[in-house]
Ligand binder design. Structure first.
Ligand code: ARG
Length: 458
């Protein structure tokens, strides 16, 4: 293996090789070098002719693509420099004036991640679009809502999926926050303490689309907190996707029967002919845990290191890149799964009325008539006890508990008002599943979704 500083000992050199993972940001490495070479020319550190030859060579490397780069080298910086030497000869050796691989690698990674996060944002928006489509189509589809995973109150399927929409909005926002730390440019920090050459860091920062040069060379070459922030945002996203997947596993079971997943997302069993296993949802659920492992590995990696570059840092990139690939894949799979799901509105509506999940409404209605809510709650609990095991309040139970306060007619009216559809349509509070409140929420979500980025949510 060829190295930039001495002939490598092949028995150990490949241990430190990062070329294969570095190839992800080969382009950013070359672009960073072009900006650096332009600056070296503009400041007179290199002659115009020399700088021009270096820039032409680097542009040729950009045009050739990564296939022409050698891979018997330590890392991408070496690969580009060796290729440049093949193309333009000795003058290639002047490119590394006033910089180090330490500022280079941090610059490359930040540049790459800025672009990568843009693509990820599009993928998050893509899944949100699927959620909004369900939210629109199923604005009135009743389903049971759960707390403690016990039947609680009826709501709509659209409302349920809008809850995930907002969670994804926060996930998108989290990546935007992480992205803000990618806006200072390490280039020109050199190895750790800057350089004696009169470089123009403003110029390179601007050319590469950064807001400004990083203010402290030692910090700029030592800091990996931005990588950890992105990893953390990824873990949060994957946890969210795992929750969505887990619901699909449960809801596609015979016990729930709420959803039939599309064929590409289910598999048969080698022994049980009737099976439609939700393998893809299960794998999404399981794979997301790998991100937690990667995050912990990265945190441990950077955790103990004193200021100054350490080779340990090289190993933050493979787990981070793996996380980003994984989460992109998970987003697509969940989008596809939800897009192809067939919802069983009858099963959901039936279940929404069961398990006394309508009786909060009964307590509310008694409270509206002036009975203190606490007392109403006790009365309804008595109704529930007296109606068990029916699963819904019976007229007889209502009469025996509430007979001295309500007429038969009032009891009858109350019982008819306890259908999931009536309960749902009458919820008034902002942010509720109620028809009007929900329509407002859906409008707001669609408006935010149409805007670029993930606007702050109040
Ligand atoms: N391949 C190295 C990395 O990814 C580049 C920086 C090497 N610097 C050094 N002082 N050995 O971190």
């Amino acid at each position: 293996m060829r190295t930039l500083w001495q002939p490598g000992d092949s028995s150990v050199a490949d241990y430190g090789q990062s070329i294969y993972s570095d190839l992800r940001f080969w382009k950013e490495d070359v672009e960073g070098s072009i900006a650096h070479a332009r600056m070296l020319g503009a400041t007179g550190i290199l002659g115009n002719e020399e700088a021009g030859r270096i820039i032409d060579g680097l542009e040729q490397i950009l045009a050739e693509g990564p296939e022409e780069l050698p891979n018997d080298v330590e890392d991408i910086h070496a690969a580009v420099e060796f290729r440049l030497h093949e193309l333009i000869g000795e003058v290639a050796g002047k490119l590394h004036t006033a910089r180090s691989r330490n500022d280079q690698v941090a610059t490359d990674a930040k540049l790459y991640l800025r672009r990568r996060l843009d693509r990820l944002a599009q993928d998050i928006k893509g899944l949100q679009a699927v959620l909004l489509a369900i939210g629109t189509e199923h604005r009135k589809t009743a389903m049971p809502g759960y707390t403690h995973f016990q039947l609680a109150q009826p709501l709509t399927l659209g409302f349920h999926y809008l809850a995930h929409f907002w969670a994804l909005q926060r996930c998108g926002r989290r990546f935007e926050h992480a992205g803000e730390f990618l806006l200072t440019c390490p280039l020109g920090s050199a190895a750790l303490a800057g350089t004696r050459f009169p470089i123009d860091r403003e110029m390179t920062a601007r050319e590469l689309g950064f807001d400004s040069p990083a203010p402290n060379a030692l910090d700029a070459t030592s800091d990996r907190s931005w990588a950890l922030d992105i990893a953390h945002a990824t873990v949060q996203l994957d946890i969210q996707l795992s929750k969505i997947a887990n619901e699909l596993v449960l809801w596609s079971s015979t016990e729930f029967g709420f959803v039939l997943l599309g064929d590409p997302y289910t598999t048969g069993s080698s022994i049980m002919p009737q099976k439609r296993n939700p393998d893809v949802a299960e794998l999404v659920r399981g794979r997301s845990s790998q991100s937690i492992g990667d995050y912990v590995a990265m945190a441990a990696l950077v955790g103990d290191l004193p200021l100054g570059y350490h080779r340990d840092y090289q190993d933050d990139k493979p787990p981070l890149f793996a996380m980003l690939s994984r989460t992109g894949r998970l987003l697509h799979l969940i989008s596809g799964m939800l897009g192809s799901a067939n919802w069983n509105a009858t099963a959901m509506k039936f279940r929404a009325a069961q398990g006394f999940s309508c009786v909060t409404e009964l307590a509310d209605r008694l409270a509206e008539r002036g009975i203190p809510f606490r007392e109403a709650h006790h009365l309804v609990a008595d109704v529930v006890r007296a109606s068990a095991p029916k699963g819904e309040p019976t007229t007889a139970a209502m009469r025996s508990v509430l007979g001295d306060r309500l007429t038969d007619r009032e009891i009858k009216e109350l019982i008819t008002a306890l259908s999931p559809a009536t309960i749902i349509s009458n919820r008034q509070s902002a942010g509720s599943t109620g028809t009007r409140a929900y329509a407002a929420q859906l409008r707001r979500a669609k408006k935010l979704h149409a805007q670029p980025g993930f606007a702050q949510i109040a």
